[in-house]
Design a protein around this ligand. Sequence first.
Ligand SMILES: C[S@@+](CC[C@H](N)C(=O)[O-])C[C@H]1O[C@@H](n2cnc3c(N)ncnc32)[C@H](O)[C@@H]1O
Length: 315
Amino acid sequence: MNRASLGDGSTCGTVREALGTATTHLAAAGITDASVDARYLVAHALGIERAALLRAPERALDSDERHRLADLLARRVAREPISRIVGERAFHGLTLALNAETLDPRPDTETVVNLALALAALVDAHDGPLKILDLGTGTGAIALALLAALPDAEATATDISPLALEIARRNAERHGLANRIRFFRSHWLEDVRDRYHMVISNPPYIPSGEIATLAPEVARWDPRAALDGGPDGLEAYRTILADASRVLEVSGFVVFEVGHDQAAAVSAIALDHGLAPAPLNWPLLRDLGGNTRCVAVATSGRNWKINLGIVDQGG
Ligand SMILES: C[S@@+](CC[C@H](N)C(=O)[O-])C[C@H]1O[C@@H](n2cnc3c(N)ncnc32)[C@H](O)[C@@H]1O
C-alpha cells in the first residue's frame, strides 16, 4: 500500500475499510497475525485505544490519519515490531517504553521474574530491604516488575548503554518506583561495589554467528549488544559468574535467563566458581512451553534439595 492509495480515501475511508486494507496489505507482505497488527496500527494512527475501533467502525479517517497509517504500515512491512512502532510493550503488568538501544522485553523473561519472586521468599532473614541487582536492565523490565511485586525491596540496575539506562529511569518514574531503584552504567559487575540478596540477569546469549538467522523483527531491530553472547553465546555468564560471589550476601541467589539449550552449560560454569546451581528439572525454571529457560544459583553451602526443601526430584 503506498501513500497515494491510502491518500485517495477510496479504500481507507472508514475504520472498517482501513482495518480490511491494512490486514490485506500486511498479510501480502508475509506478516503473520496480520489482522492483530492491523488493529494496533490503525488505532495508533488514529491515536485511540484498540477497543475503540470496534465501537466506531464507520468513523471516517482524515487525510493526516491515512498518511500516518501508510507510514506505520511501511514500517511494519520492513519488519519493525509493533512494540517498537507504538513505542511500548506490556511486561508483567507494567507498560514499558522502549528505544533503539533496549531489547524489546519478551514474555519468556516473565519466567525469570516469577522464579525470582519465588526465590525472594527463600532468602534468609535480613535487616532492611531485600536488595536486588539487575545486570543489563534494558527497559528496566526485570527490576521494575520485581519492585512492583515486592514493596519492601530495593534495586540497583545497570547497563552498558546510557540510552537504555535513560529509558529505564523513565519507566521507573512512570510506575512510581523511582524512589526504590538506582541506575548506573557498568560493564557487568565491574563497577558494582555493594552486596545483594538477588543478582538477576537476562544477558545477551545468542551465539554471534546465529544472529543473522533470527527473525527479521529480532535480527534487524533488537540492538546487537542485547543479543550477541559471543562465539558460543556464554560470554556474559562466564564474566558475571566469575565475580558473582563478591556481590552476593551470605544468603544470596543468582538468577539467569538462558537460551533454550544453555542451562546445563551455565550451571556447569556456576559450579566451577563454587556456586550451587538448582537442579535443572525444577519446574520453576521452565517456561510455559516446558523448556528450561532459567538457571538459579545459590551461594555455596546451599543444598537445594535439603536446605530449601523445594525440589524433590533428582537433579
Ligand atoms: C537481552 S538484553 C536484556 C534486557 C532486559 N533485562 C530484558 O530482559 O528485557 C541484555 C542487556 O544487557 C546489556 N549489556 C550488553 N552488554 C553488557 C555489558 N557488557 N555490561 C552490562 N550490560 C550489558 C544490553 O545493553 C541489554 O540491555
